[in-house]
Design a protein around this ligand. Structure first.
Ligand SMILES: CC(C)(COP(=O)(O)OP(=O)(O)OC[C@H]1O[C@@H](n2cnc3c(N)ncnc32)[C@H](O)[C@@H]1OP(=O)(O)O)[C@@H](O)C(=O)NCCC(=O)NCCS
Length: 158
């Protein structure tokens, strides 16, 4: 594994994160979702103010390899809100390292579970880390149908 560094989110990282988010959704998630869904999930005119406020409020960890931003994740209380890895750094254990950070925090805070709403694309990753599907959600997202999975990891088993 390359030299991976994980930092706490800072405001100056937002533009690069939004580019990573856009690129990942429109390439990696394109395996599982239609173009109209991808456009609504990650629009060109992403609401940076909304993201900035949320990222500042939540625990947000950002991963770098050789000063290149390669992924980020967010924890809101016991909920893993986001997990995105750079399209060119897939399957190189970036998300594995990020989830380990969140599991460490969850352990320090004595959480009994972690939850997430996983995309079709991310479901196998979360399953590999012991998350189990509790509900298949077919929700309306910005007015379009959208399938994802409510998943839970029981930390009392760790
Ligand atoms: C899901 C995602 C975050 C995984 O990131 P990653 O850094 O590529 O994952 P890792 O390399 O850490 O994978 C660790 C393990 O998870 C499992 N895994 C990850 N991706 C997988 C896939 N596509 N299929 C099957 N298993 C997978 C494997 O067990 C893998 O270990 P292995 O490579 O030794 O087999 C990444 O693919 C991504 O950014 N997807 C698009 C964004 C997204 O949908 N995010 C979630 C929003 S809800």
């Amino acid at each position: 594994m390359e030299d991976l560094t994980i930092l706490d989110y800072e405001e100056g990282m937002l533009d690069e994160m939004m580019q990573l988010f856009y690129d990942t959704v429109h390439t990696v998630n394109a395996r599982d979702y239609r173009k109209d869904q991808l456009n609504r999930w990650a629009p060109l005119d992403v609401d940076k103010k909304f993201w900035q406020q949320r990222l500042k409020r939540n625990v947000c960890k950002v991963a770098f390899i050789n000063n290149i931003m390669v992924g980020f994740t967010e924890l809101e209380d016991e909920h893993v809100e986001t997990m995105y890895v750079h399209k060119d750094f897939q399957r190189r254990k970036v998300a594995a390292n990020l989830i380990d950070e969140l599991l460490q925090i969850a352990s320090e805070r004595k959480y009994s579970v972690l939850t997430t709403e996983a995309s079709v694309t991310a479901k196998p990753f979360f399953e590999a880390f012991g998350f189990q599907v509790t509900r298949v959600k077919k929700k309306l997202f910005n007015g379009k149908d959208f399938t994802n999975f409510q998943m839970t990891k029981d930390l009392s088993l760790c």
